[in-house]
Design a protein around this ligand. Structure first.
Ligand code: FAD
Ligand code: NAI
Length: 475
């Protein structure tokens, strides 16, 4: 006998578990199915984000940053820390604890919201009367029927053709987060978000890191001025990034990995490393969903086709997060999950794609929202730009971290903020003010007139707003 639900969510990552909670809050009888297993085979909801993405990467970034501070920056404060050592096993164990706390937190939230959680793989069986029959293949097999189905099955790392991940020598994000000892030489393919974050972790811990990037421009999606400033900082740190390369044959052996490539000048090169992280993007995951059984439409990339409201081609079937179009970000997945639950309840769920922030958690951090200067030029929009360097910010000086700047772009006629781009300390936190401002359609003058606490890094945002009108006070 099939168990009946109003809403069945397949996938318990940030898109899925948040959709389940919102649907339960709205009074629906909700099931959430997730197949992720912890090392004991038990449930580990939270998806890529919690298990092998956002959370563990930030834990390692924090540990490695402490190590770098102790080694390189404590002395500036008069602190002697000699013989500083990194116990990699302990760092990884701490990261695992942080992950487990998050897994447990989600299981608690399922209970609190009376969501029925099923641990296993969910797949379509058939369209049933008034909904769909879903099979759960796990420790125990279950049959569920749901009036509404939300698919949030996420994404998987893309492998280089002919070079599958073995997670020992050729690592995806999964293996990159559980390397047992600092490799002497680490190679990465792709200087995108994962390449820079993971490259930074292992460089700080002492690895000689080389990142091979296919495109000739560094961080092409980022505002050029900001990307240039970030690249300068990474170069200074010794993070070696080669742009415009063409990766050829990759050989693995007892000594590690050998990568043949041609550099930007077209010269044949080779790179020998102990381990290689391949971070060249991610592919939507519909493996095992049995989409054929119900005729769910996928696009040429394998993503589930949805409209602006996350509706698929099937009535009552929705899809959110990495498995659909749009940026592959946890907060985008969450926003879509909430909006879909609200639409199912007849409300007007809404996601504003123009104000989805991006953050790269390197040091310096890089964060942005809205359009870049190059996008505004391409769109033919007349704009004013204001920048303010952290070098002139008192709090940044006190912190000992004056790299970077805040840059604000505003419409030349209306003064509406069109984009804010930050490279520097705590950019991840500073960007929120810009997101709020843009959601409220604020002008740069609005920010310039708001009282910001002193001394704080956020004063750099106010000063960048003042700079739009060429009237900074402290620079
Ligand atoms: P996922 O988190 O991938 O969750 C999907 C879940 O569905 C998984 O648990 C999977 O096991 C389960 N599943 C799949 N198929 C089935 C099935 N048939 N039955 C049952 N369960 C199934 N984003 C940020 O915003 N900030 C960051 O700092 C950040 N850092 C990242 C760092 C790394 C190293 C990586 C790889 C990604 C990072 N991301 C970050 C991206 C973020 O992790 C994803 O955008 C986010 O997890 C997408 O959420 P989702 O719910 O769509 O999918
Ligand atoms: P990415 O799309 O950020 O970067 C991939 C890079 O690899 C690009 O620069 C691309 O030009 C390059 N590339 C692609 N194919 C190549 C090839 N054959 N040879 C050399 N270079 C090649 O993808 P990444 O870093 O794998 O991350 C995947 C996604 O996960 C991100 O786009 C983001 O959505 C999410 N993520 C978000 C984080 C955050 O929000 N802080 C952190 C990590 C991941």
């Amino acid at each position: 006998m099939s168990k009946q639900f109003d809403v069945i969510v397949i996938g318990g990552g940030p898109g899925g578990y948040v959709a389940a909670i919102r649907a339960a809050q709205l009074g629906f009888n909700v099931a959430c199915i997730d197949e992720w297993k912890n090392e004991k085979g038990g449930p580990a909801p939270g998806g890529t984000c919690t298990n092998v993405g956002c959370i563990p990467s930030k834990a390692l970034l924090q540990s490695s940053e402490h190590f770098e501070h102790a080694n390189k920056h404590f002395a500036e404060h008069g602190i002697t820390a000699s013989d500083v050592k990194m116990d990699v096993a302990k760092m990884i164990a701490r990261k695992d604890t942080v992950v487990k706390q998050n897994n447990d937190g989600i299981l608690y939230l399922f209970k609190k919201n009376k969501i029925s959680f099923f641990h296993g793989r969910g797949s379509f069986v058939k369209a049933a009367e008034g909904g769909y029959e879903i099979k759960v293949a796990g420790a125990a097999e279950e049959s569920l029927t749901g009036k509404q189905i939300i698919i949030a099955t996420g994404s998987n790392a893309r492998a280089l053709p002919g070079t599958p991940f073995d997670e020992e020598l050729v690592l995806s994000n999964d293996g990159a987060l559980r390397v047992g000892a600092v490799p002497k030489k680490l190679g990465l393919i792709g200087s995108g978000v994962i390449g820079l974050e993971m490259g930074s972790v292992w460089r700080r811990l002492g690895a000689e890191v080389t990142i091979l990037e296919g495109l000739p421009t560094f961080l092409g999606a980022v505002d050029e001025q900001i990307a240039k400033e970030a690249k300068k900082a990474f170069d200074k740190q010794g993070l070696k990034i080669e742009l415009g390369v063409k990766v050829g044959e990759i050989k693995t052996g007892k000594k590690g990995v050998s990568i043949a490539y041609t550099n930007a000048k077209g010269e044949a090169q080779s790179l020998d490393v102990d381990k290689l992280i391949v971070s060249i993007g991610r592919v939507p995951n519909t493996i095992g969903l049995n989409v054929e059984a119900v005729g769910l439409a996928l696009d040429e990339r394998g993503a589930i086709v949805v409209d602006g409201d996350c509706k698929t081609n099937l009535p009552g079937v929705w899809a959110v997060g990495d498995v659909v179009r749009g940026p592959m970000l946890a907060h985008k997945a969450e926003e879509e999950g909430v909006a879909v639950a609200e639409r199912i309840a007849g409300q007007h769920g809404h996601v504003n794609f123009n104000t989805v922030p991006w953050v790269i958690y390197t040091s310096p951090e890089i964060a942005w929202v809205g359009r870049t200067e190059q996008q505004l030029k391409a769109d033919g929009v007349k704009y004013k730009a204001g920048t303010f360097p952290f070098l002139a910010n008192g709090r940044a000086r006190a912190l000992g971290d004056t790299t970077g700047m805040v840059k604000m772009l505003a419409d030349a006629e209306t003064d509406e903020i069109l984009g804010v781009h930050i490279v520097g300390p705590q950019a991840s936190e500073l960007i929120s003010e810009a997101v709020v401002a843009m959601e409220f359609k604020a002008s740069s003058e609005d920010i310039a007139r708001i009282c910001h606490a002193h001394p704080s890094l956020s004063e750099a945002t106010k000063e960048a707003a003042l700079a739009v009108d060429k009237r900074t006070l402290n620079f």
